[in-house]
Design a protein around this ligand. Structure first.
Ligand SMILES: Cc1cc2nc3c(=O)[nH]c(=O)nc-3n(C[C@H](O)[C@H](O)[C@H](O)COP(=O)(O)OP(=O)(O)OC[C@H]3O[C@@H](n4cnc5c(N)ncnc54)[C@H](O)[C@@H]3O)c2cc1C
Length: 694
């Protein structure tokens, strides 16, 4: 089945124009805080971040009568609006032609371990509503003529629960949610970066932000105060942690801010890594059809010499080509798939070429070269699953580029938009960091360990070690809705607070001034290079106990130096970035502390990291024999049942562990028994006096 779709339709799927922002409401008042003249924007609930998760939370809150405001570093920045792959997906429990089973889906979501079982069920059962409400808002999910949603199989998904509106699915989600937010007149303050959270008596009281447009002589850092009763962290993942990253530029997330606030983080050892083009060019995952058309993959050294390096790993042309194909739906690196000549041997080989300072390319105008001594590549010599797929797709063309043009012309269009013509030139790519599975620890309502603070989307740590492709977007939609329900049930956020925040705001300003030190010898660029190199070199897909321990010590030294000296800046417009790099240093230290703790306790390879150990029981092999330098520890089953929690006390990190929350699959709801808890708000688990009365 050829995809013969007229060009204007393809264009509309790749160039998604975002709505115009409404004018920003003016400050309610100005306050003198620590000698600065600071505008104040009180609101009932504040959402940090305007990605798919933050917008969903804000819209759902507004519809429930809450006084909600959004602030965003960049309104159409972040992962949802700017990244993507050809399988941005939303899980829906509606497959196998006859519908799905929520228990099955929950089991699939938590199959990698270290995931709360109740969370998995919540995401499964909530996926129907997440998808249907997005369709109601205008998200063009593909349907058949009888109204069934078209779906397909993606990574960690055995039954085909994924669906997609093309390469820009998540941007389209942002678009429809933002249109709704604009229609509901939700104030959105753009170019506004949250830098400090204010607490009073153990509860959230507001946020201090930096807005360049507020900069004046009496407010040189552009400070702005947002007093609020409820706060939602929806600031996405920490893409800037890694040098080799497929996150869009400027994704800092808020893990460091969360740590400084006293929030507990969970599962931050768990990330995804996979092949893609780096953010320095056009960041995009090379999953799906890009590899299913089986391009030639090769590297080039600094003398310009080409290397057919996959031939040093696989035993036959058929084995190599079939595993390149399988990267399409087994996209993230997984340690155990390095064994038995499976598909993660491709990632390993590419990563090791990078270590040799060679550049790696995909050429769509060449079929894979043969393994020396073996027969040449042929579509007639592929493993059964691969040849069956290509036959069903009608992709019998001679060259990969023609197979791609046939199966997914959008894949070519997309790169063309960014001035890369893959029909004419090979595409440079690498193994990149793509997703943070962990984040701020939350309960079943998205509540954190601090009263009034919630977290959703990639900022929160709701995934376990692995997650099926598409479940990140679904989790943000499901928990965004639940957080809004909870905040509305609690009720305080219907009005803005009126209390005096001078004392805690002054303390926050003083803390910021210790970070912003024009005299410091630490620059944001040096800190960035230091953190990103350490994370990519020592906390990527291959980790060793000694390197991680050393990296952890270096990260702690950097954080301590920043506490002592602050960070230099040359212009006031840089101050928000400076604070973000200070917080990124903390985030990096936290990830390495948790990883070091996990490895020191005997933790094995799981998710996207192989814990290399000469005594490890797993030994990948290549055509030339075993690869002892990447022998790795196997995963320990006991680690699947708990999560590592990291907290920061102002000087050092502590790591503890807690068991996954269970879910009783046998428990059934019973209408007459359970209805009162819904009617009285009992389901929200609010303190007694706050339970709303009907
Ligand atoms: C290449 C790639 C492909 C992916 N493919 C898929 C897929 O197919 N399916 C899937 O489910 N997931 C996929 N993901 C993951 C998924 O896209 C993200 O997890 C999701 O979009 C995150 O949404 P979010 O709303 O939590 O954060 P984001 O969309 O990143 O939004 C964060 C927002 O917070 C703002 N912000 C950040 N810091 C601050 C601050 N301090 N103050 C104020 N604002 C701030 C940003 O400007 C932005 O508006 C992919 C990710 C990448 C990188």
């Amino acid at each position: 089945m050829a995809l013969s779709v007229p060009q204007p339709i393809l264009d509309a799927l790749t160039d998604v124009v975002m709505p115009r922002l409404n004018p920003e409401p003016k400050a309610a008042q100005h306050m003198q805080i620590g000698g600065f003249d600071v505008p104040v924007y009180p609101c009932g609930a504040l959402v940090i971040g305007s990605g798919a998760a933050g917008l969903r939370t804000a819209v759902e809150m507004k519809r429930r009568g809450m006084d909600v405001t959004l602030i965003s570093q960049s309104a159409w920045g972040g992962t949802s609006a700017c990244s993507g792959s050809d399988k941005q997906t939303l899980h829906t429990a509606n497959t196998k032609d006859q519908g799905d089973d929520f228990q099955d889906m929950a089991r699939a979501l938590r199959a990698g371990g270290a995931m709360d079982e109740d969370t998995a069920y919540i995401e499964a059962v909530g996926s129907i509503r997440a998808m249907a409400s997005l369709q109601y808002l205008g998200l063009p999910l593909p349907q058949d003529d009888l109204g069934g949603t078209l779906r397909y199989q993606t990574d960690h998904d055995e039954v085909g629960r994924a669906t997609s509106c093309g390469p820009r699915t998540s941007r389209l989600m942002v678009k429809v949610l933002a249109q709704e937010a604009m229609q509901l007149n939700i104030p959105l303050y753009n170019h506004t970066t949250a830098v400090k959270v204010l607490l009073e008596q153990g509860r959230v009281a507001g946020v201090l932000a930096m807005r360049h447009k507020e900069t004046s002589e009496s407010n040189p850092y552009g400070l702005a105060l947002y007093p609020c009763h409820a706060l939602v962290f929806a600031a996405g993942g920490p893409g800037e942690l890694y040098r080799d990253s497929v996150f869009p530029n400027g994704c800092f997330g808020t893990l460091g801010l969360a740590l400084e606030t006293g929030l507990a983080l969970t599962n931050i050892t768990e990330s995804q890594f996979g092949i893609g083009t780096r953010r320095e060019g056009f960041p995009w995952n090379l999953s799906g059809t890009y590899v299913q058309v089986i391009p030639h993959i090769y590297s080039v050294d600094d003398q310009g010499k080409e290397h057919h390096f996959l031939a040093e790993y696989y035993r036959s042309t058929q084995e190599m080509a079939s595993n390149v194909f399988r990267k399409g739906y087994q996209w993230p690196f997984h340690a155990s798939r390095m064994l038995d000549f499976q598909s993660s041997l491709v990632d390993l080989a590419i990563f090791r070429e990078g270590q040799k300072h060679r550049r790696v390319f995909m050429d769509f105008n060449r079929n894979p070269l043969p393994i020396p001594g073996d027969a040449p590549f042929s579509l007639d010599r592929l493993d059964d699953d691969v040849s069956q797929y290509l036959k069903t797709a009608g992709a019998d063309h001679n060259l990969p580029i023609d197979r791609l043009r046939h199966m997914n012309p959008l894949a070519i269009e997309l790169y063309k938009r960014y001035k890369v013509d893959i029909t004419a030139e090979p595409l440079e790519f690498a193994v990149n960091n793509q997703h943070m599975n962990g984040g701020i620890a939350v309960d079943i309502w998205g509540r954190t360990n601090i009263a009034g603070i919630y977290a959703v989307g990639e900022a929160s740590g709701t995934h376990g070690v692995t997650r099926p492709g598409g479940s990140a977007l679904n989790a943000g939609q499901v928990f965004g809705t639940r957080v809004a329900e909870h905040i509305a049930a609690e009720g305080r956020a219907a009005q803005a607070p009126t209390g005096d925040l001078n004392k805690c705001a002054t303390a926050a300003v003083t803390a910021l001034q210790t970070v912003l030190n024009p005299e410091s010898d630490l620059t944001p660029k040096d800190i960035r290079d230091d953190i990103q190199a350490r994370m990519s070199d020592h906390a990527g897909i291959l980790c060793t106990p000694a390197n991680v321990a050393k990296a952890r010590a270096e990260a702690a030294t950097l954080s301590a130096a920043i506490r002592e000296k602050g960070i230099a800046f040359s212009r006031n417009s840089e101050t928000a970035r400076v604070v973000q790099w200070q917080q990124m240093a903390l985030a990096s230290e936290a990830v390495l502390t948790a990883l070091d703790h996990y490895i020191a306790q005997g933790g094995g390879s799981r998710g996207a990291r192989a814990i290399c150990d000469p005594n490890g029981e797993s030994l990948p092999e290549s055509v030339n024999g075993p690869l002892p330098e990447v022998g790795f520890r196997a995963e320990r089953s006991e680690d699947m049942h708990s999560q590592l929690i990291v907290q920061f006390d102002g000087e050092k990190m502590t790591v503890t562990s807690r068991p996954n929350r269970p879910f009783d699959e046998a428990a059934k709801s019973f209408f007459e028994r359970d209805w009162p808890a819904w009617l009285t708000g009992g389901i929200y688990d609010l303190p007694q006096k706050e339970t709303p009365s009907c």
